[in-house]
Design a protein around this ligand. Structure first.
Ligand SMILES: *[C@@H]1O[C@H](CO)[C@@H](O)[C@H](O)[C@H]1NC(C)=O
Ligand SMILES: *[C@@H]1O[C@H](CO)[C@@H](O)[C@H](O)[C@H]1NC(C)=O
Length: 419
């Protein structure tokens, strides 16, 4: 418009006087022009309305998601991958997303931001991802339409499935949330993965808890996993069987990762090392569980950076899915790896390290472990992951906790470790 105004100087009176015929002609042209504008407006609003209704997911038109998803999924290196990361606002999910993005892979996050623990921490992780150009879609893995739409826009080569209901004791309060996320959500995701024209390779988080009451140490992938000690463990074990089915019937490439007590900066507040830190800083007592006969619990604590390397190594070596549009074309890889640290540390020793880093003595209550989910010890045999992609944990608990505490104090502050 500004350009035309310049071309037609504002001398309408003169123009009209000189030639009435020309004026009438212009008038009718502008009427047609107005009508055309009107029709265009009607059509545009109809199309807009349709996309809102038909899309099933209003978010897409409302927030411009398509464009942001497309950009975030873009691969920026040769032989790179485009990865859908579920649970991307979670502890492991946020770290893996950033690591992938930094080396030039395409990443789109998906997270439902549920309130199992402090949502503000998830939002803070989301901001961190945003600073690293990773876009997170707020949605649920049970929303099949949403998943289908994401695959239409982004053509993912890999799925890093980390969304899950975690925690062993919370299952007594809310058993169905484990079924909703870890079983139903997993199946919905696998259904979409197997149906798309080019199936992605799927790497997903199982858990060391599948070893349950197994007493043979260290835990090797071939050890028995049929004695889960919690509903959480049972749903993860079920996930291993369910993913096997999708591998067998549809040719999906599957890698299941059994994580061993992952800890570090931006960690999960429901985990012991995290809540101990909070309580120690607030001068509150901490409860330390012991097995019968006063035997200390021990965990194969694994630092987040090591787990991230394990996740990325798994993605890099996953091998292709063979199926397409729900049809298998040949056998595809099915793998399971322990991702641990291979050096278990007792819980009291871990607390000692926290005390040293925080320069505060903990008030300790020792309590006999209730039989509601925890196992006495975990210890990973990581030979398989080492052979497959050179997995080699490099951070001991002392060093890792130091980094965690430094992050904790910078995030929450020394005096208000409140949450
Ligand atoms: C949506 O996309 C348009 C151009 O494609 C851009 O100008 C606009 O800023 C975007 N809006 C949001 C909310 O991102
Ligand atoms: C560790 O696992 C490998 C298989 O990956 C197995 O051959 C080896 O015997 C296991 N080591 C121990 C000490 O159980």
């Amino acid at each position: 418009m500004p350009l035309e105004e310049e071309l037609f100087p504002s001398t309408p009176g003169k123009f009209k006087d000189r030639n009435r015929h020309v004026h009438r002609c212009f008038a009718s042209t502008s009427t047609i022009f107005l009508w055309a504008l009107f029709l265009i407006a009607i059509t545009a609003s109809y199309l807009c309305f349709r996309s809102l209704v038909d899309g099933g997911n209003q978010y897409f038109s409302k927030h411009n998601w398509s464009k942001q998803i497309f950009e975030s999924a873009k691969i920026r290196r040769t032989h790179g991958m485009s990865v859908l990361v579920t649970g991307a606002a979670g502890f492991v999910g946020s770290h893996v997303s950033i690591a992938l993005k930094k080396r030039g892979d395409g990443v789109v996050g998906l997270d439902n931001f549920n309130d199992y623990y402090d949502v503000s921490l998830k939002k803070a992780r989301k901001n961190l991802l945003s600073e690293n150009s990773v876009f997170i879609v707020e949605g649920d893995i049970n929303d099949m339409k949403l998943l289908v739409r994401l695959f239409e826009i982004a053509k993912f080569t890999h799925v890093m499935h980390l969304a899950a209901q975690a925690g062993v004791r919370y299952a007594m309060e809310n058993p169905n949330s484990y079924i909703h996320s870890n079983i139903a959500g997993l199946v919905t995701l696998l259904e979409v993965c197997k149906n798309v024209p080019i199936q992605p390779a799927v790497v997903w988080a199982s858990s060391s808890s599948v070893y349950g009451l197994n007493e043979k140490v260290p835990f090797s992938e071939s050890d028995r996993t049929d004695q889960p000690a919690s509903l959480y463990a049972a749903t993860k074990k079920a996930g291993e069987e369910i993913t096997h089915t999708y591998n067998h019937i549809y040719g999906l490439s599957i890698t299941g990762l059994r994580f061993f007590t992952v800890y570090g900066p931006w960690g999960r507040p429901d985990m012991a090392y995290f809540s101990f830190t909070r309580n120690i800083l607030q001068g509150k007592p901490i409860t330390i569980y012991r097995a019968k006969n006063r035997v200390d619990l021990a965990r194969d604590f694994t630092y987040i950076d090591d787990v991230v390397k394990g996740c990325i190594g798994s993605l890099d070596t996953s091998g292709k899915s063979t199926g397409s549009g729900g049809k298998k074309r040949g056998p595809a890889p099915y793998r399971i790896f322990n991702l641990g640290n291979t050096s278990p540390v007792t819980v009291p020793m871990m607390v000692g390290m926290l005390e040293k880093n925080l320069k505060v003595k903990a008030k300790k209550n020792f309590v006999v472990m209730p039989g509601n989910g925890d196992v006495p010890f975990t210890h990973a045999n990581i030979t398989s992951a080492r052979k497959a992609f050179g997995y080699k944990p490099a951070t001991d608990l002392q060093t890792g906790l130091k980094k965690f505490v430094r992050w904790y104090l910078s995030y929450y502050g020394y005096n208000q470790g409140k949450l």
